[in-house]
Design a protein around this ligand. Structure first.
Ligand SMILES: [Zn+2]
Length: 329
């Protein structure tokens, strides 16, 4: 069954005979919203609709894994950000910063009961009940570095890493429980694995900043979350994949800006499971045959879970999405 195939594929050092298909980031697009009637913004705020849309990853696209958190704003909403939940043609945004100083950080006692967390937790439970062994259910949490952008504003947060690195470290430490609590609750709700999305992309986080600030947190999350964790970072990560491979995270979901799949496999070594391989540009502008060719190339290069490289564009044509797995497997 698909669930087991996916879990075999993301196990560290996976030697699974068969490639798996899927992604830990959003597959939401206008065509799938039309097909299900589960549209943004309701699909972020109503657990049934969220599960309906996520489930199409398996039932329509033939992926081995589904993932219901289509935005990067769920824990931010629960922490008090004024999230604008978007529309069928617009992804959510986390609104204005809410903190200025480390001492402003308050984690609400009822964090997991607030809409931003409670809705995806209920959707994960629904998907688990509906799919059972037919497909794996992946949860998603934002890393502390990315949460720092939401709560302090990207510019303020990044300036702080240079002006007062110790203050930044204390901020990251204080935000770690948000990531951990939400991840653990998702596992309790039925998630088989967790996608850890951290926008520690090269233009915002130098290799040195990754090493000094983010790497130790990723190590801790790998150790403290009792399920396979797949890290996602957008953009070119060629300069940090070798570090990521030493975090003990199960897998890495990479962006094709990093390089060709065989180059990424070579940088990652043999132990880090790899997810991705299909560029968003090809999904949006290419043909189904182009997508199918990228999918086969990723499989041939040893990518364990072949799928879109990141959250897909909302206008991605359904025929291209279907070509990722293309009836193979
Ligand atoms: Zn991304």
């Amino acid at each position: 069954m698909s669930r087991q195939r996916f879990l075999d594929a993301i196990a560290p050092g996976s030697r699974a005979a068969k490639v798996s298909f899927g992604t830990g980031t959003s597959i939401a697009c206008a065509d799938l919203m039309e097909a299900t009637g589960a549209r943004f913004p309701e699909a972020h705020l109503d657990a049934e609709k969220m599960a309906d849309l996520a489930q199409t990853g398996h039932t329509v696209l033939g992926f081995d894994v589904v993932m219901p958190l289509f935005s990067v704003c769920h824990e931010a909403a629960a922490m008090g950000c004024n999230v604008k939940w978007g529309s069928p043609s617009l992804m959510p945004e986390s609104g204005n910063p809410i903190f200025k100083d480390e001492s402003d950080i308050r984690i609400p006692d009822d964090l997991l009961l607030r809409e931003g967390c409670a809705v995806p937790l209920a959707a994960i439970a629904l998907l688990k009940r509906r799919l059972g062994p037919a497909a794996a259910v992946c949860g998603k949490v934002m890393g502390d570095w990315t949460q720092g952008y939401h709560y302090f504003g990207v510019e303020n947060f990044l300036i702080g890493t240079l002006d007062d690195p110790d203050h930044t470290r204390r901020i990251l430490d204080r935000l770690l429980p948000v990531t951990l609590q939400f991840a653990r609750a998702q596992i309790d709700a039925g998630a088989d694995c967790i996608l850890l999305a951290d926008h520690a992309t090269r233009d915002l986080c130098s290799p040195r900043a990754y090493r000094d600030f983010v790497f130790p947190l990723h190590q801790r999350l790998a150790a403290e979350i009792r399920a396979p964790v797949v890290l996602h970072i957008c953009g070119n990560t060629a300069d940090r994949i070798a570090m990521i491979a030493r975090t003990a995270l199960a897998g890495f979901h990479w962006d094709t800006k990093t390089g060709r799949p065989e180059e990424v496999r070579s940088l990652a070594g043999e132990e880090l499971s790899l997810m991705g391989g299909i560029s968003n540009f090809t999904l949006l502008r290419g043909t189904a045959a182009d997508v199918a060719a990228q999918s086969r190339a990723a499989e041939a290069a040893g990518i364990n879970v072949v799928g879109p490289e990141c959250a897909i564009p909302l206008t991605t044509p359904l025929a291209n999405l279907k070509a990722v797995a293309g009836g193979r497997g």
